[in-house]
Design a protein around this ligand. Structure first.
Ligand SMILES: *[C@@H]1O[C@H](CO)[C@@H](O)[C@H](O)[C@H]1NC(C)=O
Ligand SMILES: *[C@@H]1O[C@H](CO)[C@@H](O)[C@H](O)[C@H]1NC(C)=O
Ligand SMILES: *[C@@H]1O[C@H](CO)[C@@H](O)[C@H](O)[C@H]1NC(C)=O
Length: 335
């Protein structure tokens, strides 16, 4: 009798214990690289492999066209459509139960385009954004030398919100000059739609899908001089009409009027604002393990390893750095 009872307790405890062991429900992730980069570059392939090795989840870097060239010259609408086709179950069966996105710089806008507007794709669970120009940027990254850069630099000098430039230069799709907002809203073809900024063209599906995320991790680099302002990585930006102050995300109209559901996600505790040391995309391996990997591991594991969220500390950001200044785009993992 006594032994029978003990046995049943042991069995119960065992069953309970078993149920605590995370099931192997690991879902894959995709990596979307930044401008002037490609999946096969040393930095991006190493980054993808490390996340793959540390998380135990399979990672796929999704390429658009030929990489570097198309990241500059294919419009973001087209880049989004390309990725949307690639992540469909018929093309990538392994994503069918859902997947996570790791976005690098410009790749974040493609990822968000896929999240919000890709019909018929598998569900996206966690979105980990490294240095994404989510609220726009007031400067196009300097390309450098070579024929590609000569073309890019010449396009940048033209009327950026003209149809001509908008259809030829990818970053013109999120160049948001705070002192030229009417022209931006009228001419810019990508970001105003993505962020539901146009009052009479808001798409509730975008908001619905954005708010379906389980976690949105927004990583800003404290020494980022490529994104102007770097706070755009957190959806912070300048007010319309001026280059100061830099508004924290919670004080932007996008948040207050909740155009895409950032506020809903934030109030549900699903947004993590992280400020990490380093330049643009200059994440250390230690920080990758600490802040990115937990979101790529099994869901059950992720819950116990929740990364600390840092709320906006406005006092840190009172110093306004360089405003419009062209800066060097730093390749990933460069020392
Ligand atoms: C990831 O793991 C594989 C297999 O163990 C190894 O060959 C590879 O070098 C690792 N990648 C990196 C970037 O450490
Ligand atoms: C809103 O976006 C979804 C997803 O791309 C699309 O299917 C739908 O047609 C859009 N609705 C409007 C009114 O544009
Ligand atoms: C970031 O910038 C500050 C001030 O310019 C500098 O002191 C610091 O060394 C930089 N840190 C990194 C990681 O580059």
């Amino acid at each position: 009798m006594m032994i029978g009872r003990q046995l049943s307790i042991i069995v119960l405890a065992f069953v309970f214990f078993i149920s605590l062991i995370p099931s192997s429900s690991s879902i894959p992730f995709i990596v979307l690289h930044g401008i002037a980069d490609k999946c096969s570059s040393k930095g991006v392939s190493q980054f993808t492999q490390l996340l793959n090795n540390w998380s135990g989840s399979k990672g796929h870097c999704i390429e658009v066209g030929n990489g570097a060239w198309d990241s500059w010259f294919m419009t973001l609408q087209e880049q989004t459509e390309t990725v949307c086709k690639k992540v469909q179950v018929k093309s990538m069966k392994e994503l069918k139960d859902g997947y996570n996105i790791v976005g690098l710089s410009q790749g974040n806008l493609i990822g968000r385009g896929v999240l919000e507007s890709c019909d018929g794709g598998p569900p996206i669970k966690n979105f980990i954004s490294l240095a994404g120009p989510h609220a726009g940027t007031a400067s196009v990254p300097l390309c450098g030398s070579g024929i590609m850069c000569i073309i890019a630099d010449n396009l940048i000098k033209l009327e950026i919100y003209s149809d001509y430039v908008q259809t030829k230069l990818a970053p013109s799709g999120y160049l948001k000059i705070p002192t030229d907002i009417p022209a931006y809203l009228k001419g810019c073809r990508f970001l105003p739609k993505l962020n539901n900024e146009l009052p009479n063209q808001r798409n509730s599906t975008y908001k619905e899908r954005f708010t379906s995320l389980q976690n949105l991790v927004l990583i800003m680099f404290q020494n980022d001089t490529v994104l102007i302002p770097k706070e755009t990585s957190w959806f912070g930006y300048y007010p319309s009409g001026a280059f100061d102050p830099i508004l924290p995300p919670q004080e932007t109209k996008l948040y207050i009027e909740d155009w895409i559901g950032l506020r809903i996600l934030d109030e549900a505790g699903k947004v993590r604002y992280l400020g990490l040391p380093g330049k643009h995309l200059g994440i250390s391996q230690r920080d990758m393990k600490k802040y990115v990997v937990p979101y790529l591991e099994d869901k059950a594991l992720t819950n116990t390893k929740l990364v600390e969220s840092y709320k906006w500390a406005s006092s840190i950001w009172t110093a306004v750095g360089e405003l419009i200044g062209l800066s060097e785009d730093r390749p990933l993992l460069h020392k």
